[in-house]
Design a protein around this ligand. Sequence first.
Ligand SMILES: C[S@@+](CC[C@H](N)C(=O)[O-])C[C@H]1O[C@@H](n2cnc3c(N)ncnc32)[C@H](O)[C@@H]1O
Length: 287
Amino acid sequence: MTTPTRPEEAAMLKSCCANLYESDWARLLLGDSFHPGGLTLTERLGTWLELGPGRRLLDVASGKGASAIFLAQRFGCEVVGVDYGAQAIAEATLAAERAGVADRVCFKQGDAESLLFDDGEFDAVICECAFCTFPDKQAAAAEFARVLKPGGRVGLSDLTRSGALPEELDSLLAWIACLADARPIDEYAAYLQYAAFTVERIEPHDHALANMVTSIRTKLLGAELMVKLKQVDLPGADFEQAKRMARAAAEAVREGKLSYAIIVGAKASNSSGFFAGLTFQRLEGVK
Ligand SMILES: C[S@@+](CC[C@H](N)C(=O)[O-])C[C@H]1O[C@@H](n2cnc3c(N)ncnc32)[C@H](O)[C@@H]1O
């Protein structure tokens, strides 16, 4: 599957991705934190982003809000989460109220490729396991730079790939499950550099991905059994396809074709968001 370039195709992909992560499937297989390494890796990113009281963080593609709520509690910062899915925003808002942090954590529906925030509104931006699903990654990286204050930092954690992935991981489902459009870590670094970031850190976390894939495979078997025993209803669930994909993902991780990494970039302290937006150019050779 190639990167969709037509606006309607891109919008369809974003909606499919949001729907998948709002589904009972995602809840059953992943819980509320939808990325390898869970909140341990989120905490690591928070430390590198130098979060603390008085700092304002934007969590792009915040899902059910687990990371945003955790970071506000752990570092005392203010957090705004943005996600494409309306249901995810409603659930995240409720979760923040239940956690007693609604005065410092809020969620808004929006698109990472065109953020509804002013230039220079945030001290830090985090984007976990979602950059790889954005059809226009350059636009998203430029938006991260625009909404950051000079000297602000962006922290991505994402799937990375080296070489071609097996056929099972090149489908629409694989794409919206974050697999098909994973890129080599150098490409993520290049997107950030073209958006005027200096890349400060890159750290592999392959074991976190391996653990997540193992856990998903185990939970898939459990879910299949529960459906057979009529203890749970998952209409339209295609367990054979899901198991094939999970098996292929496990193999790709074992062979080092699919990995996970953290990457942190800093915006120059003398560049404004407006400047970063103006100098942003299309990256040669990167779709
Ligand atoms: C794998 S989940 C990650 C959620 C969260 N960051 C976490 O780690 O728990 C991917 C999320 O990206 C969101 N998403 C996909 N495309 C988006 C876009 N263009 N703008 C904002 N959110 C998007 C989906 O709705 C979904 O919640």
